[in-house]
Ligand binder design. Sequence first.
Ligand SMILES: [Zn+2]
Ligand SMILES: [Zn+2]
Length: 85
Amino acid sequence: MSNGVCRVCGCTDVMPCEVEPNDINPSGTCQWMDDAHTLCSNPRCVANVPLQALLDIVFPRLPHQLNDDRLTDEVCRKLQREVHR
Ligand SMILES: [Zn+2]
Ligand SMILES: [Zn+2]
């Protein structure tokens, strides 16, 4: 995977794709969603990435408590209770 190229549409810094201008990004061209520059902010590109992958891309430094086994166990038990209700 090369950096500086969108993994979905293949746009680059020199050839960004056009997006709807908005308050956050008035330029009308896509911006990078991640530090590594592998996904641009084009809604079509963002929608193409599975949610979990998207979270990894946008929040790569998310606290690792989220991967804590005990927490996962707790969530699983909670979900099981929901399911068996
Ligand atoms: Zn893109
Ligand atoms: Zn783009």
